[in-house]
Design a protein around this ligand. Sequence first.
Ligand code: KIV
Ligand code: ZN
Length: 510
Amino acid sequence: MARTIKIFDTTLRDGEQSPGCSMNLKEKIKMAKQLERMRVDVIEAGFAISSQGDFLSVKTIAETLKDCTVASLARADGKDIDRAWEAVKGAVDPRIHLFIATSSLHMEHKLQMKPDDVYERAVAMTARAVKYCGNVEFSAEDSTRSDPEFLARVLEGVVAAGATTINLPDTVGYTTPDEHRAFFLKMRELAPSLEKVTLSCHCHNDLGLAVANSLAAVLGGAGQVECTVNGIGERAGNAAMEEVVMALHTRRPFYGAETRIATQEIMRSSGLLARITGAGVQPNKAIVGRNAFAHEAGIHQHGVMQDRRTYEIMTPESVGLNKNNLVLGKHSGKHAFRDRVKTLGYELSDAELEIAFEKFKSLADKKKTVYDKDIEAIVAKEAVQVPRTYRLDSFVINSGNTITSTAVIRMLRDGKIYEKVSRGEGPIDAAFKAVEKIVGRELTLEDYRIASVTEGEDALGDASVRIRTVDGAEFSGRGLSTDVIEAGIHAYVNAVNKMLYAESEAAGQA
Ligand code: KIV
Ligand code: ZN
């Protein structure tokens, strides 16, 4: 019988630590609900002691989700553990996840602790966590560069103290698949108590091997894989959940293992995260990239038309990739729209639905055909909307290849109109500078991209921007319109609104 491998998602903790991927409370809750819907086993919702914002998001997620375990990270330190418990205790199944480094390099240079002291601390802090909670995970940071004999001693100690999951992270993405499998087998031999607990892997992608190493760990006996959606995470990222899950799913007889994941939710989760963080997915990324199921070569297309299995090892439908269905037109009513949104798997409040419906109507007026993808783009954006402190009212742009571009932007805030004019290097630069003047803040544009949601001349443009404040905080925004300039301005205003929301959240007013 196939083993069931637990999927531990750390998108909201290790993933969020990657540059430009920070999320506000509302966005984290949306993402957590989507992860629950995808049936991940454990959600690591944050690092409770790291900030008041992290504490609040772990606590809210813990109290909101009903179908999965919610964990908070904690260092092997009394205050961290107490805070982690405060944050997760309202969950249906709370977990405290504590860690301490076990490699000589980390113990000597980072912790400045002797191995015996690390051992004592690991055991004592596990015992402290176990007093609060029956579900305790212990991670030996930098385990793959640790002395196996010492590591085994620590693992025996923390299992005896009550840890129920033992995680062996490849913190710096140093290992390779054969070595990683052998490492798991060896640790099970050196620390026989591991047979009593769930053994877990946590691989970083510095050498591009995180997924391969995770799968090797499964072959070596891991019963839990820690990963993130789209593989976001520190430096080169963590193991990509969609790749691990689909490898186990597609090669189930080989691995003798499966997961509980609802694979049809994969595309939606990937899209939602990309939309929230503004970190797009590379086109050729396995499973969720735009080209992952596109057959370009004639010989491949011919083969697929004869029998899909010639060049397709999994179906697009199995990961939730739907064809471009023509669904609704400008005469469709709110009822039909609501039904379609529901079928596509989105849950919107009445107010969000109202706004999304207005956007759909105005799109249907401009665009001949409205596809599922267009509706998903509108709805997914609405689903993570922050309060619209500023709204774009109107814009006029004067641009050409022989003149300096000028933009007149008019925005609304609390019912009041604000208007500014600006010149710039091209229409987008002029427009963004005019918005910056209205907001009265110095903002640096870090990134600006535009992509089309579907094909065709009247396709909906999906703009994303990333801005940086003078304090170095970064915010991303998305905007949709059939007019690419308007999409860009909406994206910029959305980023500004996220910045203002984060600032009010930090001041405790959101
Ligand atoms: O990479 C790592 O070692 C970690 C641990 C804190 C689990 O993220
Ligand atoms: Zn990590």
